[in-house]
Ligand binder design. Structure first.
Ligand code: AMP
Ligand code: GLY
Length: 423
């Protein structure tokens, strides 16, 4: 079968590498992909937001199945458009992708159906929000309603910071129309867990849990980024907590989406915080997480393509979804300066013997050489029997890669390791 994957980052590379293990797939395309995945898929220069271009390519090339991975095309209705020309897809419809596309929608959904989350208020008027903040408990959390490249959340530790955030989102339109409405919510504390789950709208099969490291610098210092590294499984996410999440969060969410006439099919990402009052939802994403996917999929033992097809065909209940009883660690190698200004064009040399576990997020091929072309450039993953082994191996691989402008955290997984040792 001819399969195309929409997207071009490390997450898509991890999906593509896993799909390559499926015997059913005869041709694999990435739209647009990037130069670093040219050995694993045919990269086609069509942007992930170019829905017309994607549909035209699928038609011309008689694509049998599409995986739509990033949030933008999902929220823009890429799956609906492909379904219209008869291409089955992995990924939610536009109606269901709103669970990530609008924080106001997701907060109201959780309130309506009693799904645990931070208490909140919604504002469409900056003056009312500024009035509210005068007496709101501090710290407080301010979120732009729409998509904002993962940057639309401000944790304000002072009233001044809260005022600045409201003004920059609602008045200066820092995130454009995504900031027409904002959510102001209760500040929660506790370990964070990412759970990606396959769902066909009837059955939910959670994948192995993981932990992201969002800040740029060691010890969770510095600016928020798209994610500087991940480990799986997350030691805070015990079997007991998993059961509680299934009962109070995962199944009620699927049910709620069905009741709203927005059946969710695809990968639903639950960003959870394990608070002293139990697990609560911090955010939903309508897709695989990046870089969570780079630790979760390498641990998947079942055939990813079969699992994806069972989601599309609504037969997930009968499909095996099995993960290895091992640990994984992914260290992101970014460009110096990320998430702010950085330079591109540095040569990257990945030794042949570790290429299988390197996911390329931002690079291009030029004159036969791989050159950096993005903030996050590589995701380097290792699997081992223990978390410590996975962390050590991931850093050994990182050190074997030649990339002069590289910048990476040296403490990925350390917090998790401490939690394992404390158990
Ligand atoms: P998001 O972009 O929604 O994933 O939020 C980015 C980060 O902000 C999350 O990973 C949390 O660390 C933090 N965050 C979001 N909402 C809250 C909250 N209500 N309380 C505390 N931290 C939060
Ligand atoms: N790693 C967080 C995300 O994919 O949004």
């Amino acid at each position: 079968m001819k399969v195309m994957v929409v997207g071009g980052g490390g997450r898509e590379h991890a999906i593509i590498k896993k799909l390559r293990e499926s015997k059913k797939i005869t041709a694999l395309y990435a739209l647009p992909g990037n130069g670093g995945m040219a050995n694993d898929a045919t990269c086609v220069a069509i942007g992930a937001k170019d829905i017309d271009g994607i549909v035209a390519f699928a038609k011309e090339n008689q694509i049998d199945y599409a995986v739509v991975a990033p949030d933008d095309p999902l929220v823009l209705g890429c799956v609906d458009a492909l379904n219209e020309i008869g291409v089955p897809c992995f990924g939610p419809s536009k109606a269901a992708a709103i669970i990530e596309g609008s924080k106001v929608f997701s907060k109201n959904l959780m309130k309506k159906y009693g799904i645990p989350t931070a208490s909140y208020d919604v504002f469409s008027d900056a003056e009312k929000a500024l009035e509210f903040i005068k007496s709101a408990p501090i710290p407080t959390v301010i979120k732009a309603d729409g998509l904002a490249l993962g940057k639309g959340v401000v944790i304000a530790f002072t009233r001044e910071e809260a005022v600045d955030a409201i003004k920059s989102i609602m008045e200066d339109k820092k995130f454009g129309d995504s900031g027409n409405n904002i959510v102001i919510e209760e500040f929660l504390t506790g370990p964070e867990v990412s759970v990606l789950a396959f769902t066909d709208g009837k059955t939910v099969k959670p994948m192995v849990s993981s932990m992201d490291h969002k800040r740029a610098l060691d010890f969770d210092k510095g600016l928020n980024t798209g994610g500087m590294g991940t480990i799986a499984p997350n030691p805070y996410y015990t079997a007991e907590i998993a059961d509680e999440c299934m009962e109070k969060i995962f199944l009620p969410t699927i049910d709620a989406m069905n009741k709203e006439g927005r059946t969710f099919k695809g990968c639903l990402y639950f960003g959870l915080m394990l608070t002293p009052n139990g697990p609560k939802v911090i955010e939903y994403n309508c897709r695989f997480g990046d870089p969570e996917t780079q630790v979760v999929l390498p641990l998947l033992e079942s055939d990813l393509f079969e699992v994806m097809q069972s989601v599309t065909n609504e037969t997930l209940a009968d499909q095996e979804v099995k993960f290895a009883d091992k640990s994984a660690c992914c260290v992101i190698m970014a460009s110096k300066g990320y998430p702010e200004k950085y330079e591109n064009g540095f040569e990257i040399v990945i030794p042949e013997n570790i290429a299988d576990s390197v996911y390329v997020a931002g690079a291009k091929l030029y004159d036969g050489k791989l050159l950096s072309a993005g903030g996050r450039v590589l995701g380097v993953t290792a699997i081992a029997d223990t978390l410590k082994g996975a962390i050590d191996n991931a850093y050994t691989k990182v050190k074997a890669i030649k990339f002069d402008n590289a910048f990476y955290r040296s403490d990925i997984g350390q917090r998790a390791l401490k939690a394992t040792e404390e158990k």
